[in-house]
Design a protein around this ligand. Structure first.
Ligand code: 13P
Ligand code: ZN
Length: 270
C-alpha cells in the first residue's frame, strides 16, 4: 500500500485548502470541499474493505452509491489541514442510497464530514448529470461576493451581468453566469436541494449573505472559477458608489463570445 499522504489528490487538497485560507475565504472553520475520487486510485492507498465507522447522512442520493469522496471535516479550520490532514479530512464511500457514509480514512479525532454534506453530495449528483468529468464541489466565504449580496439585486440575470461587466475575462470563464439563492438556513437538506437545483444550470451558486459554491473538474479549475467571480465582485465593491463613466457594453460582450467561442447564458445579453 502506498502512503496516502503522498497521493496526488491529497497533496492537491492540502495545497488548495491552504491557499483558500491565505486568500481570506475561509475564516475559522468557514468553507468546505468535497472531491470525487477514482476507486482504482483509492485502492492504491487504502484497503477499501476496512470501514472505520459508518456515519448516517440524513439524506438520499442513490446515484452516489459506491462513490468515494475526500471531504473536509465539520468544524475544521482550512489553515490546519496542512499540519494534520488525517484529523481535518476524511475519505468516505457512499452507501445505502446515500443514507450512509462509510469512513475509510481520516477524521481521526472522532469527527465527521462537513455540515454542508447535503449541499455537496446533492450538487455532485446535479453536476455529474451535466458533465461526468465534474469531481469538485467547493464552498467558501469570499468577502466581496458576500458584500455584494447586501447591496446588489439578487436577480440572477442582473447579478451575472454586473460581474461580466466588472472584468473582461468573466464571460469567458463563466459564460453560463452565476445562480443566486436567497438567504436560507445553512447545513440543511433544504439548502442542499436548492443548491443542487441551481447547480443544474451553472457551476457557481451564490448563497446570499453567506458565500458561494463552485463546481468543476479539478481543484484548480474550481478555485479559478470562484477567484474570477470574487475578483469581479471586488471591482464592483470598489466602484459601485462612484459615478460610472464607461463600462463593458453588451456589444463588447458579444465580441468576447465570438473571439473566445463561448455563448453567454440565453437571454442575459441584449
Ligand atoms: P463546516 O465546518 O461544517 O464545514 O461548516 C462551515 C461552513 O462554511 C458552513 O456553511
Ligand atoms: Zn459556509
Amino acid at each position: 500500500m502506498k502512503n496516502i499522504l503522498n497521493a496526488p489528490f491529497m497533496e492537491e487538497m492540502i495545497r488548495t485548502t491552504t491557499n483558500m485560507y491565505a486568500h481570506g475565504w475561509d475564516e475559522r472553520n468557514g468553507g468546505n470541499i468535497s472531491m470525487l475520487l477514482d476507486e482504482a486510485e483509492v485502492k492504491e492507498y487504502l484497503d477499501t474493505d476496512q470501514v472505520i465507522r459508518s456515519i448516517p447522512t440524513g439524506f438520499s442520493a442513490p446515484e452516489l452509491d459506491g462513490k468515494y469522496f475526500l471531504v473536509t471535516g465539520t468544524g475544521k479550520y482550512f489553515k490546519n489541514v496542512q499540519y494534520a490532514p488525517d484529523v481535518n479530512l476524511g475519505i468516505v464511500r457512499i452507501a445505502d442510497c446515500g443514507g450512509t457514509a462509510e469512513l475509510l480514512w481520516g477524521y481521526t479525532d472522532g469527527g465527521k464530514f462537513t455540515s454542508e454534506f447535503p449541499a455537496h453530495m446533492m450538487s455532485h449528483v446535479s453536476r455529474l448529470a451535466v458533465d461526468p468529468a465534474n469531481r469538485i464541489i467547493m464552498h467558501c466565504h469570499p468577502d466581496n461576493l458576500l458584500a455584494m449580496t447586501y447591496v446588489h439585486s439578487l436577480d440572477e440575470r442582473e447579478f451575472t451581468r454586473t460581474l461580466w461587466q466588472m472584468e473582461t475575462e468573466c464571460i469567458v470563464v463563466f459564460p453560463e453566469g452565476v445562480n443566486v439563492l436567497p438567504w436560507m438556513l445553512c447545513g440543511t437538506n433544504e439548502i442542499g436541494e436548492a443548491t443542487a437545483e441551481k447547480m443544474k444550470t451553472a457551476r457557481l451558486v451564490v448563497w446570499a449573505q453567506h458565500g458561494i459554491y463552485g463546481a468543476g473538474k479539478d481543484l484548480d479549475e474550481t478555485f479559478g472559477l470562484i477567484e474570477t467571480a470574487e475578483k469581479a465582485a471586488g471591482i464592483y465593491m470598489k466602484i459601485a458608489h462612484l459615478p460610472i463613466r464607461q463600462t463593458i457594453t453588451d456589444d463588447m460582450l458579444h465580441q468576447l463570445e465570438e473571439r473566445f467561442g463561448v455563448k453567454g447564458r440565453e437571454g442575459y445579453l441584449d
